[in-house]
Design a protein around this ligand. Structure first.
Ligand code: PEP
Ligand code: MG
Length: 317
């Protein structure tokens, strides 16, 4: 089977009946590996490494040169740069985070950036300056409300205005999007779709928050159910909402890189998936085994089932 999968490396993503599925890669370092596979976009560029592998907050120049290199390397393919997602489990040795009882429910990611605007603005200046070297999209993590979206967009506008004043070039048409990984945002996906250019579902955190089960706690594994009935229903609603609004929606959590998970997502309405490059061939091979109507039928059945166990059985097709 592995050998058969390898024949899919360079093929585009599609179902058996040629419904095109755009496949992207998740990148979490400067020197990333595409595993020899063809891909359509970088669906998640995790910028944390820049901060975690340093002994100081990366400067605007340090960030700019890395972002520029990634954008140039992508050769015109869209690159979705996610702004700093620190806090929760991720800490920085040179920066003291607030002491909290529940850090995953606390000052994490965008929330931390809002309380340290200088960190946020430095990153966006670097990203916007790099935007002229490729096809950049900016995405915010841990967004929980429309207020969060508007506040983040306002911060981008402010940085754009400052660059303009200084006569520094940037792409004014940079697309602005959000991660859908907090249930409060997923449940108003129809409204969110009106407010953003695109979104990407972070199924890792969405599972953690929908199931109230810590993703880092091995003892909570039975409760951390990516294929829980609530997840399957919620994902269907999010895809439908973005399709109605004619806005791009992708998935960049681990679910997208699991071949059976990818097949379910396509059945639920996904047409864009982003994953670790090492999973591309296996996902392409799995998608090519099924017609879209078969996947849709399977997904519809899953939305009526009562337990994750039943859903997983159904996913075996
Ligand atoms: C997610 O939450 O699904 C995601 C892609 O982001 P991270 O795993 O970095 O939190
Ligand atoms: Mg996340």
């Amino acid at each position: 089977q592995i050998e058969e999968e390898q024949t899919y490396l360079l093929r585009p993503g599609a179902t058996k009946d040629e419904v095109k599925i755009a496949l992207g890669i998740n990148v979490g370092s400067d020197a990333y590996d595409t595993a020899g596979a063809a891909y359509d976009f970088i669906g998640l560029f995790r910028t944390e490494f820049l901060y975690m592998e340093n002994d100081h907050m990366p400067t605007e120049e340090e960030q700019f040169s890395v972002y520029r290199r990634i954008l140039e390397g992508a050769k015109g393919k869209p690159v979705t740069l996610r702004t700093l997602d620190i806090g929760g489990d991720k800490t920085l040795p040179y920066f003291s985070l607030p002491k909290e009882d529940n850090p995953f429910l606390g000052e994490r990611a965008l929330r931390l950036c809002f309380s340290h605007m200088e960190i946020f603005e430095t990153q966006m200046r670097a990203a916007l300056r790099a935007s002229v070297y490729g096809n950049l999209q900016i995405m915010f993590p841990m967004v929980g409300s429309m207020e969060d979206i508007r506040r983040a967009k306002e911060a981008v506008r402010k940085v754009m205005d400052a660059l303009k004043q200084e006569g520094i070039a940037y792409d004014p048409k940079v697309k602005i999007g959000v991660m859908i990984e907090v249930p409060s945002l997923a449940l108003q996906a129809d409204l969110v779709a009106q407010e953003v250019d695109f979104a990407s579902i972070g199924s890792n955190d969405l599972t953690q928050y929908v199931c109230a089960a810590d993703r880092m706690n091995a003892a909570m594994e039975p409760y951390y159910q990516t294929y829980a009935p609530a997840m399957v229903r919620l994902l269907g609603f999010v895809f439908e909402s973005f399709q109605k609004a004619n806005k791009p929606i992708s998935v960049c959590g681990e679910m997208a890189g699991n071949p059976k998970g990818a097949a379910l997502l396509v059945g639920l309405g996904a047409r864009k998936l982003s994953m670790n490059a090492a999973m591309l061939a296996a996902v392409k091979a799995e998608l090519a085994r099924h017609r879209i109507d078969e996947l849709e039928k399977m997904a519809k059945t899953c939305q009526k089932l009562c337990t994750e166990k039943e859903i997983k059985e159904q996913m075996e097709m």
